[in-house]
Design a protein around this ligand. Structure first.
Ligand code: TYM
Length: 330
């Protein structure tokens, strides 16, 4: 176990299959073999000014759902960003050596400016320096990142390198992406692009969806008029249903439906019905566990307290050493 992995999750609401198969499932595998720090990026969410009740609720929701899916506090260090004030101290130090132009060129910043021209606060601009602080506070070597976070990670390397050069030390490692093999793109239920909340609640399958809701969403997915030639290529809509089936059904079931499709004897109603049954089997245990965890606030608080205690060891050590390197007196 040599690699130090750090990843942050924004408290954005309910988890869907795309979150799980895109990232979380890999985090769950990583915690078995590496030294993982997983935190909820609640400082970052202040860039959009949530009210205190919203912030608390969203943090609870995401924590309960990540735990229910299998993030394990015995294996990974799980905490809230705001439990480590050392992160904000490092963020401030980093900001002294980061230039306006660099931050203004970040794609996600430009996008936010376009979307919310009346809320271009300094926190939004310095989102990448806070993210860099999250990562290097534990001297991370690897960060599991999706495509959209690659530029942030590149900047993290720049900032780490700059600190080292500036003070003539070889202190911060330059963290690289942890690449997962076989990343699957989970399609949105309406067939357009990948599953995500921005496509609308009905186009994603959430771990908190009740059985009726799940079935309704699945039965409503688009298909085509059916194969007319043996062994023909599937339309995108039908391919998407098969993609979902492969995630939750056993291989024999998938094979049986593939054969029916190839024979042109498939009935899409049966296919969707099977998907609804197997999806419910997959989702139900997590959904029940989410309820249990959400009703046990003490359990969540204990996990966070224990997690922060562990995370604070490296955070305090880094800040002490960084202060020495920068040259603070006492
Ligand atoms: P967010 O909330 O979009 O996603 C949470 C984390 O999951 C990673 N991820 C993936 N990793 C591998 N393969 C994928 N397909 C995939 N999809 C998503 C994201 O890269 C992220 O690590 N800005 C971050 C939150 C953040 C953060 C950090 C992440 C704040 N500080 C420090 C890493 C390290 C974000 O919006 O992630």
């Amino acid at each position: 176990m040599n690699n130090i992995i750090v990843s942050g999750m924004r408290p954005t609401g309910n988890l869907h299959l795309g979150n799980y198969f895109g990232a979380l499932k890999n985090f769950i595998a990583l915690q078995e073999k590496e030294n993982c720090f997983f935190f909820i990026a609640d400082y970052h969410s202040l860039t959009t000014h949530p009210n205190p009740k919203d912030l608390k609720q969203k943090v609870k929701t995401i924590l309960a759902q990540y735990l229910a899916c299998g993030l394990n506090p015995e294996k990974a260090t799980i905490y809230l960003q705001s439990q480590l004030p050392q992160i904000s101290e490092l963020y401030m130090f980093l900001n002294m050596n980061i230039y306006l132009g660099e931050l203004e060129r970040v794609t996600s910043f430009k996008e936010k400016v376009r979307q919310h021209p009346n809320n271009v606060n300094a926190g939004l601009l310095t989102y990448p320096s806070l993210m860099a602080a999250d990562i290097i506070i534990h001297k991370a070597t690897h960060v599991p990142v999706g495509k959209d976070q690659e530029q942030h990670l590149e900047l993290t390397r720049t900032f780490a390198k700059r600190f080292n050069t500036m003070y003539g030390v070889n202190y911060f490692p330059e963290p690289v992406a942890y690449n997962f093999e076989n990343l699957i793109k989970i399609p949105s239920l309406n067939g357009e692009g990948k599953m995500g909340k921005s496509k609308g609640e009905n186009n994603a399958i959430f771990f908190v969806d009740e059985p009726n809701m799940l079935r309704k969403k699945i039965m409503k997915t688009k298909t085509d008029s059916g194969p007319v030639e043996k062994n023909s290529k599937k339309s995108q809509e039908v391919e998407n249903i098969f993609t979902l089936l492969k995630l939750v059904s056993d291989t024999q079931t998938v094979k049986d439906f593939e054969t029916l499709y190839d024979d042109c004897t498939i009935r899409y109603g049966d296919l969707k019905n099977q998907l609804a049954i197997d999806m419910e089997k997959f989702i139900a245990p997590v959904r029940e566990r989410v309820k249990e965890i959400e009703n046990n606030e003490e359990f969540m608080v204990k996990i966070l307290k224990d997690g922060a205690e562990k995370a604070l060891i490296s955070a305090k050590k880094t800040i002490k050493e960084v202060r020495d390197i920068i040259g603070f007196w006492i």
